[in-house]
Ligand binder design. Sequence first.
Ligand SMILES: [Zn+2]
Length: 352
Amino acid sequence: MIMMLSLTLSAGQKVKNVIFMIGDGMGLAAVTAAWIGEGQPLAMQRATVGGFVATWSASARVTDSAAAATALACGVKTANGVIGQTPDGQSVESILTRAHKAGLATGLVDTYSITDATPAGFIAHVRSRKDQETIAAQIADSGIDVFMGGGRQFFTSRKDGRNLAAEMEAKGYRMTGTLDEALSCKRPRLGVLAAEGALEKADAGRGDYLARATEKTLELLKAASRKGFFVMIEGSMIDGGGHANDLKMVVSETLDFDRAVARAFDFADRNPGTLVVVTADHETGGLTMPAASNDKEQHALTPGVDYLFSTKGHTCTMVPLLAYGAGAEAFGGIKDNTDLPRIMARLLGLKW
Ligand SMILES: [Zn+2]
């Protein structure tokens, strides 16, 4: 009954807020493994529209997170390793920057360094994703309203001696070193640098950081602009589980991401005109689930029997695309990664 109601309300509704959620390295098998591991349906399954995204970059069939982020943020294919530029070095504008220029509030949330490839693609322009000090400086100058993640070292322990956190405070930002300190913050601008580099893993002390960071960011962005907002929220470490061929990590990080998706869907239920799009930048690990034990009630997954990884790297298989809320209908079928920011921008009425 509730689901039918939200379907009716979302049809044809004007889109004011976009919550773009990226599970880094989250292929279909990761979602399936998380579902089996949890033993019950995921929040992602509340999505009303589904499809697939092709992930190749301009330089390779198998993309890295930098080219994928540039495609998902700026609608342009680039070479692996490049952030916010075409293969020949022209800067390209992201949907987040376009939203900011149009007066919408903007935000970025992740569980790794906020200067890492995926969030960087939404704000920065650099030849190499490794240039994280430059990415931090570009974040500091971007006018972004809220960001939460790790990577403090790139703001405060820099080769050029600048202290970007202090500079941002001078510009009116509240800067904190933990999410807890940020919870009392009633309005932007806010920057949370919760670790020197990456945060801890979901099953090694990070707790419900991502879900809480998601909820706090949405509350602040809602208060920041009457025109609406654009935010990108990343489940950053599913990718690391795939690279390590560590299914336990893939499952715990995917479930952690799913808890943030639940908060985003709940926000969309409470705030008409909110679109949530959930996807991945690429698949990692070449995970397959042959289920040789083939017991449907069995939630423990045995390596080599119930699952196999086929690579320590990324693969080019298409990734899931899920949408919920206002404008969700636009995300069915097979899309290219460069299609997504363009569709979201059109729904928000942003110039492209
Ligand atoms: Zn990766």
